[in-house]
Design a protein around this ligand. Structure first.
Ligand code: NAI
Ligand code: MG
Length: 337
């Protein structure tokens, strides 16, 4: 467990509470990785903690970030290091509407939302290649490279087909970003040919954003790059109730390694007041047990969350009036019944 900072510290204990109530017979170990430790020791992840993280069956993560640490090396040294060095190349970001009242969309028939954004998680624009030349002058040049590899693109598209039931929509910007887009287009066609039972469709990212708001019920699996997946998955989160309830999994299906975390950050505006919604972390714990092979436990957790949300036994951001720990208890109670 790496609760880390702010809201993360409040939601991870709720997720563990729910896991225990669901009968998870795991050994839990909490690691002291957070802004306080970074400010004290100057190291994002100490060597002994790294060893434990690399050996763990799964990592349950909160959120990283602290107003006292503007240093980008901290975020990079914690979350990006874990994603890159454990090669957690699949980022799964499901969006499912558990109750009609959480939809911001007016048209009822478009609210049947149960989709998965499959985001490439180890390359793209987030690898930190590039630089700033003549920094701080009127001649400054800033270059941020977008890295796309044959292997990286193949394996993420392949994974999307593995989990799709109906259709895979590939999203890129190959009309304007022709080199990366060209690679995605070619690999996409290759992989699609090997999966004739799954329907396929391609959308440019701008059109995908528009279609997601127009009629999200049309989507099953969306596969895309690191940057586009980051952006579109905030949009899909908002379509089903917002950042407080959006879960995610970062996995390597080949090694079995996985890190599970709510999509939200440390929410400094509301952290520490009992206002933070624990559902994103609880559903992430559900994805963790699913990944570990406990499928019944995973559906029990999801069912309990859905029932608590529908009953309005939840935090303010999703229309209830419970505190963080009371919202966790509302899920626990349903698992015990
Ligand atoms: P944020 O996700 O922390 O907050 C965005 C908005 O959503 C805020 O209004 C917040 O109150 C609300 N919100 C977030 N989580 C919520 C929850 N569980 N329940 C109810 N409302 C919730 O994103 P922001 O403000 O852009 O970033 C804050 C800090 O978090 C920064 O330091 C940032 O770098 C970090 N961050 C870390 C992430 C991670 O660890 N994966 C992801 C995003 C941001
Ligand atoms: Mg994001």
């Amino acid at each position: 467990m790496v609760p880390c900072d702010g809201a993360g510290k409040e939601v991870v204990p709720e997720a563990v509470k729910v896991l225990r109530a669901a009968g998870a017979d795991f050994e839990f170990e909490e690691l002291d990785i957070n802004a306080d430790a970074y400010l004290r020791d100057g190291v994002p992840i100490p060597a002994d903690a790294w060893k434990k993280l690399a050996a763990a069956d799964a990592i349950l993560f909160g959120a990283v970030g602290d107003p006292r640490v503007p240093d980008p090396n901290y975020l990079a040294g914690v979350l990006l290091r874990l994603r890159f060095e454990l090669d957690l190349y699949v980022n799964l970001r499901p969006a499912k509407l558990y109750d009609d009242r959480l939809s911001p969309l007016r048209r009822e028939e478009r609210r049947h939302i149960d989709l998965m954004v499959v985001r490439e998680n180890t390359e793209g624009a987030y690898v930190g290649m590039g630089g700033r030349f003549k920094k701080g002058t009127a001649d400054e040049v800033a270059i941020q490279e977008d890295v796309n590899t044959h292997l990286g693109v193949m394996r993420i598209i392949e994974h999307a087909f593995q989990i799709a039931k109906n259709e895979v929509v590939m999203v890129d910007k190959s009309n304007a970003m022709t080199f990366a887009g060209g690679l995605w287009q070619e690999r996409w066609k290759d992989v699609a040919r090997a999966h004739p039972a799954i329907k396929t469709r391609h959308l440019f990212v701008d059109a995908a954003a528009m279609q997601l708001v127009k009629d999200p019920s049309q989507f099953d699996v969306i596969v895309t790059s690191n940057l586009f997946g980051d952006v579109l998955s905030d949009l899909t989160a908002e379509l089903v109730g917002g950042m407080g309830i959006a879960p995610s999994a970062n996995i390597n299906p080949k090694t079995g390694r996985g890190l599970f975390e709510p999509v939200h950050g440390t929410a400094p505006d509301i952290a520490g007041k009992g206002l933070v919604n624990p559902i994103g972390a609880i559903l992430s714990a559900g994805m963790m047990v699913q990944h570990l092979g406990h499928h019944e436990m995973a559906s029990a957790i999801e069912g309990a969350v859905e029932s608590a949300i529908r009953a309005g036994e939840c935090t303010r951001d999703v229309g209830g009036n419970l505190s963080t720990s009371q919202a966790g208890d509302a899920v626990v109670k349903r698992l015990r019944d």
